[in-house]
Ligand binder design. Sequence first.
Ligand SMILES: [Zn+2]
Length: 261
Amino acid sequence: MAELEIYAVYAVKYATREARRGEHFYLGDPHDGPMPMDYFVWAAVSPEHTVVVDAGFTAAVAARRQRTYLRAPMDGLGLIGIGASHVRHVILTHLHYDHVGNLDGFPAATFHVQEAELAFWTGRHAGRGVFRALVEPGDVLFLVRENFARRVHFIRDTAEIVPGITVHRVGGHAAGLQVVRVPTARGMVVLASDATHFYANIEEDRPFSLVQNVPEMYDAFDTVRALADSPAHIIPGHDPLVMERYPAAGPGLEGIAVRIA
Ligand SMILES: [Zn+2]
């Protein structure tokens, strides 16, 4: 029997912003106070395969949306030895602006996306009020165009991307959000992306403020818990605590990249 392929997993922080607790919980938080938000891309690496999860936003978008930009995600990946121009697999957890802004930085990649997510952003609600603010139209257009070059892999619910790494659609935050399950030396890690922005969302069973469907958000928490080997195997999408709970990915990378497993 073939041995299970296992992966090293990294989180690379590329931007941050000041924020308050009340912004991060559905219907707010009675104990308001500072609660900053970090922005990450992730990578899973084995001797055979490199998979990047999400692509972050650009410096121009950071300036327009008043985020503090640290470095381009491709440069952050370069600091842990990943050459973005050679990466063959980029999983897109969903198409919100902070996850898919640098797709042209991965010219060799196939983009793995939930069919429901791209359908939503080419559908009749995309331009409406609260939804319109969540994407950069150019990012959606990029994927539509690259689909004609056969660079988009559409997923319905669940798929295996490379041996052992699977994606799973969860509802609640976006039409087609997917989480990523990775076999590692310490067990099954789940890159939850915006299924839980912070540890507090899933640990306290309190959905993030930006919700399409509240019951599905709770179901997403349950799915993430079931996929991970333990609560300590769940990696939230935007929590600065990720940078504290895990060691730097290498010398000089404190505050830039951590090794999760
Ligand atoms: Zn996000």
